[in-house]
Design a protein around this ligand. Sequence first.
Ligand code: GAL
Length: 406
Amino acid sequence: MKKNVFILLLLVSITIQAQKFKGLAETPPLGWNSWNTFGTDINEQLVKDIADKFVELGLKDAGYEYIVLDDGWMAKERDANGNLIADPEKFPSGMKALAAYVHSKGLKFGLYNCAGSTTCAGYPGSRGYEYQDARSYASWDVDYLKYDWCNTEKLNAEGSYITMRDALKSAGRPMVFSICEWGDNEPWKWAKDVGHLWRVTGDIINCWDCEVGHGSWSSWGVWKIINMRKDIRKIAGPGHWNDFDMMEVGNGMTEAEDRSHFAMWSMLASPLIMGNDLRAASKETIKTLTNKEVIEINQDKLGIQGFRFSNENNLEIWLKPLNNNAWAMVFVNMKDVATTINFDWNKHDIADDVNAKHLNQKKHTYKIRDLFNQINLGNTKSNLKAKIESHDVLMIKLENLQLTSQ
Ligand code: GAL
């Protein structure tokens, strides 16, 4: 009898261990990460400044929450007990104090490490130290871990990420677990119960549609990333997101391109992780990043990843079903010159078969709201006409108040 009870308890505890933290990232995480702008050139003051900017610039108010330090925060060696330590020059007060600063602003704090023996930039990786590192993060009050895939030799990806998930779980502090193996091992097929988000491609770069080669790997422009992984939408949902990478808004593309990039990441229900220097951001950049009506589309509680409806004559049209039978829709002008649209609602059948959603615009009238200009554009009884500048976007929300409870 005693033996049976023991076995039962053991099984229960194994089942409890073998899960990611539930109830986190129920909508795509919103935040900032140091990598796209700063690489390993990061320090304590930068993080404090960014936390201050979250509040000052209305980013916190718009919903941004996580401040994540990417590669380069650690000392080059572990201490004598094998513990990770923060680089004492860059982070003299240590990570616990920094997390406390971020928390004092009502925000959350994230760190980076890697499943391999060293990180991509050559700092100590977690291979063989997973449980010890997870305990360090928990003791520093970390809320989010981005976990990379460099120097992993022949490790099995699913197994390695499960080990880290279990290590985090056993350390006991709820942390969002952000998987970063670049889509190489198709995490959308196995990571739903392992992490809360997973990168779907190699690294983003600040261009519209370019590929920049670095020998054995490439960085990808916004549309390269979108086109590479347009067919994996089914798996995204509350608590488990396809991560299209940290944003390049404010990092050198045109304002129109930044808007389109932001609109698309919102349509794709991708995490919205800013990657620009918030201390030097232009008004226009902040206006884009804090657009609450666009962020609302990203944060819609159904968590459905949008899909391409059509792509003709260099006009991309994307749709995303929303809560309350509403829809988001974007028209992106891919041309190098301005274009006009004249969209006849009666000529189109708009449906999302995967999620059994149908825009019934022939039977019901939907109000149209322009989300970037924040104006109403009439309704679906008449054609939608607009001029869209080169690489710019018209992003609308379609809503019928009578359908809200259906
Ligand atoms: C890459 C990762 C980037 C960044 C970098 C740090 O593998 O995709 O987002 O984290 O490593 O070295």
